[in-house]
Each structure stands twice: as structure tokens, then as C-alpha cells.
Design a protein around this ligand. Structure first.
Ligand SMILES: [Zn+2]
Length: 467
């Protein structure tokens, strides 16, 4: 499997190491920032005029640009959309602010999650595979979100240290992507040498605050309080098999203490939702993850074992269809898609993915049949609309294709594929302004600034001379 970086992503919570490595000797608390624990109040950033955007926003942006060069992010639109939906639920709980909150999945088999100071939150595929419920995953996102809203970066950044942003960005990116364990050891030794007890105290204080404020977002979003504690238990389980890095253990409070803290918060809360108002479909989400991250043969073996005891389980049937497709076994894949759909003809995942399976084998009319059914049952399933549009385009029905791709775009504005195919169709129809606009958006979402600028400029030119 192609991986840009299978190396050491050793920090669990970027913040902690970040600050123990940027010449920070004495954190200065910003007078305007509410530093009381678990306040859940917005940072002062939302009161700042445009010219005084939080300084860490620019820093975070630069670090992210650096990371994009070094790391590979997931390109599975189903996984990304699922994470986005959890993110949206959480952000409804966050007071107005000037951060640019977004959630990213990094292709890595290290266990890791971290927040950049501008609100870009990254976590690894390994983490997605390690959590056991949507609630557990949501709590990680809430904890990282709280690091940002509580302006932990700014509160730790010494105004006297005057480390320029570019240097910091390079440093953080260097830490995140360091492949060489000797480099990592050196960095850790340096950070621990600077002011060990002091840093330890502060990072633990902020971790507690992130747990507390994160917990507020978490229950506010309708997740069961127990889900946060479940995540801590998962962490304990992972600690026992020592895949949690030492840096994480030294900067975070002991997991038992975090569990106790969360239990106390839970007791204080009068009306914790007894039933989670979750997005659901977590079993399927895990199937998508495991197919992305594991060796298909190993996963097939597990599913075959499950199939022996649960031949009527729709998740097992769907999983088998997907993993056989991954392995290139067309016959068995069709067999299990059909078994799954026989059991439940309205299974939207099976309808959509069987449709995509047929599309990939150039069977556009058949694909259209399944995808159309999927869009009728699941009105928000952007990927079914996307492939339905593409099947119709292949069948020579550009108008229908435009309608469905546009619908898909509305449902998931951050998915670049829709813009690309809309651009192609408009180009073929000779509607060049629309074509350039869509291509521009496609490249901008893909992070190709140069190409994006080119297309936006071309679109503007047509504006001026509408010949
Ligand atoms: Zn943290």
C-alpha cells in the first residue's frame, strides 16, 4: 500500500510537544482569556476586529501547508463525510469564533490526534480503527476542539520568546513527520531538559481543561457521557499494549485521573442524554476504515469467520462484498452484494456501492438503476448522487448528470469530484465560464493553488468580455 509516511508520528496531542519545543520558558496568560477550568466560554478571538485575528490562525495555516507536503490524507469520501458530520455536530456547541475548524484523517498506522492552533484537527486512521463507537471518536474530536477554543497555544506562547512563525511552523512539521527515531529522542531530551516539571504541570493543566470543555461540547452534541469514559478505557487498553507513545504519557495526566475527572463532571451534569443522538452507521464506518487500512486478506479471514456464525448479518454480507471487490474477486463480490440486498432491498450502502461497483465496470445502465434507488431512500447520500450523475454522463445525458452532480455538490460541498465532472460537462457544452469556475474550485479543494488561480482568472476574463 502506498504510504508517504509510515514513520514516527509520535505525539498524541500535538500541543504538548509543540510547546515543549519552541523555546517556551514561561507561558504568559493573556489577560483577556478566560483561563478558568471548564468554563467552555469562547476565547477572546471572537471579539477581535478583522485586523486582529488570533495570531495562531496564521501559524496553524502555515503548519498545515507544511504537513500537506509531508503527510497523506484520506481520499475516501465516505470516511471524510462521516467525520465531517460528527465535526458539524460538535461545532454547533462551540461559541462563535474566528478559527477555521476542519477535521482531517491522516493515512498512518500510528495512534495519534492533534489540534493545530487555527482549528485544523488531524487524527490517524489507526485511531479510527481503535475506537469502538461513534461516541468515543466524537470525544477525541471534542477534546482537540477544546484545545483550540481555549487558546492553549496562545496562552503558552511566550511573548518574550519571539520565535518567528516560519521557524515554528518548520519545527512543528519537523516533529510531526520525523521519520528518524534518533531525531525524536533528541527533541524530547531537549524539551525535557528545558524545564521539565513546569512544562509537565502546564501541559497537564491544559489537558484537564480540554477534557472538561470537550466534555461540555460532547454532551451538548447529544452524546452519552459514558462515551467519554469509554474512550479513556480504550486508551488504557492501548497503553497496556504500549502503542501509546511515551511523550503522550508524560504530558497527559494519568488516564485513571482523567476517568475520575470525567466521572465527577458527569455527576454534576443534571440531564445527560441517556440515549446517544448519534449519526449512526458506525459498523459500516468501521468496515470502510478496515478496508482502507488493513491487509484485505486478513480482513477477509475475519469476515469469513463471522459469516460462519452469522450468515444473515447484513454488516458481514456487506463487508464481504466490499473486501472481495478490493481483492478483485468480482464473482464473490457480486454474490455478497446480492445476498445483502436480498436480505434488505433498502440497504443504502449496498445499493450505492453495488452501483459504484457496476459503474467501475462500465455497466452504466445497471449502475444507474441501483444508484437511483439509493438516492430515493437516502436523500443526503452525496456519493450516490455523484455516481448517478457520472453514469448518466457516460450514457449521454448531460442535463440529468448536471442535476445530480449539483445535488451531490450541495450535500457535500467539500468533495472535489463533483466540481471536476461538472467542469468537464460544461466544457463540453461550451459553457466555459462555468467550466473554469468548477475546475478552479476542484483544484482549490485539492490544494493545487496554482491551477486553481489559473481557472478562476480565466473565469473572470470571460466575465469582462462576455463574447
Ligand atoms: Zn490534549
Amino acid at each position: 500500500m502506498k504510504r508517504k509516511n509510515r514513520g514516527n508520528l509520535i505525539i498524541f496531542c500535538c500541543l504538548c510537544l509543540f510547546f515543549s519545543n519552541c523555546s517556551m520558558h514561561r507561558p504568559i496568560h493573556d489577560a483577556h482569556v478566560d483561563t478558568s477550568s471548564e468554563s467552555g466560554k469562547p476565547s477572546d478571538s471572537d471579539k477581535l476586529p478583522e485586523s486582529r485575528k488570533p495570531p495562531e490562525v496564521e501559524l496553524g495555516k502555515k503548519i498545515f501547508e507544511e504537513l500537506k507536503q509531508q503527510l497523506e490524507f484520506t481520499d475516501n469520501p465516505l470516511i471524510q463525510a462521516y467525520v465531517n458530520r460528527i465535526g458539524e455536530k460538535i461545532l454547533h456547541q462551540v461559541p462563535p469564533n474566528r478559527f477555521d475548524f476542519r477535521y482531517f484523517v491522516i493515512k498512518s498506522d500510528q495512534l495519534n490526534a492533534f489540534a493545530l492552533p487555527n482549528g485544523h484537527i488531524c487524527f490517524t486512521e489507526r485511531l479510527l480503527n481503535s475506537v469502538r463507537s461513534e461516541d468515543e471518536l466524537a470525544f477525541v474530536l471534542c477534546h482537540e476542539t477544546a484545545h483550540v477554543t481555549q487558546t492553549h497555544f496562545r496562552r503558552l506562547m511566550s511573548k518574550k520568546s519571539k520565535v518567528d512563525i516560519a521557524t515554528m511552523a518548520a519545527m512543528v512539521a519537523g516533529i510531526l513527520v520525523a521519520k528518524d527515531s534518533e531525531v525524536m529522542t533528541a527533541i524530547q531530551a531537549f524539551s525535557l531538559g528545558t524545564n521539565q516539571t513546569f512544562l509537565l504541570k502546564y501541559s497537564r493543566e491544559f489537558e484537564n481543561e480540554a477534557d472538561g470543555v470537550g466534555f461540555k461540547y460532547f454532551t451538548g452534541a447529544g452524546y452519552r457521557a459514558q462515551g467519554a469514559i469509554d474512550f479513556m478505557r480504550t486508551l488504557q487498553r492501548l497503553e497496556r499494549i504500549t502503542i501509546v507513545p511515551p511523550a503522550y504519557l508524560s504530558t497527559h495526566p494519568p488516564t485513571n485521573a482523567r476517568i475520575y475527572h470525567l466521572e465527577q463532571l458527569n455527576k454534576k451534569k443534571k440531564a445527560s442524554p441517556s440515549k446517544t443522538q448519534s449519526i449512526g452507521n458506525f459498523r459500516r464506518f468501521q468496515i470502510w476504515n478496515r478496508i482502507e487500512t488493513e491487509y484485505p486478506q486478513d480482513y477477509l479471514h475475519d469476515l469469513q469467520q463471522d459469516y460462519k456464525t452469522n450468515p444473515q448479518n447484513p454488516d458481514v454480507l456487506y463487508g464481504l462484498a466490499m473486501v472481495y471487490e478490493k481483492l478483485g474477486n468480482t464473482k464473490e463480490s457480486i454474490n455478497f452484494f446480492q445476498k445483502c440486498l436480498k436480505l434488505n432491498p433498502h440497504d443504502i450502502d449496498a445499493l450505492r456501492d453495488f452501483g459504484i461497483f457496476l459503474f467501475r465496470r462500465n455497466k452504466y445502465a445497471e449502475a444507474e438503476k441501483y444508484l437511483e434507488q439509493a438516492t430515493k431512500i437516502d436523500l443526503v447520500g452525496f456519493l450516490a448522487f455523484h455516481y448517478l450523475g457520472r453514469s448518466q454522463y457516460k450514457k449521454g445525458q448531460p442535463e440529468k448528470a448536471i442535476a445530480n452532480l449539483t445535488q451531490s455538490k450541495k450535500l457535500e460541498p467539500s468533495f472535489p469530484g463533483n466540481y471536476y465532472f461538472l467542469g468537464s460537462i460544461y466544457q463540453q457544452k461550451g459553457q466555459l465560464k462555468k467550466a473554469h469556475k468548477n475546475f478552479g474550485k476542484h483544484f482549490s479543494l485539492k490544494g493545487n493553488k496554482k491551477a486553481a488561480e489559473f481557472h478562476f482568472k480565466e473565469a473572470k476574463k470571460i466575465n469582462k468580455n462576455p463574447a
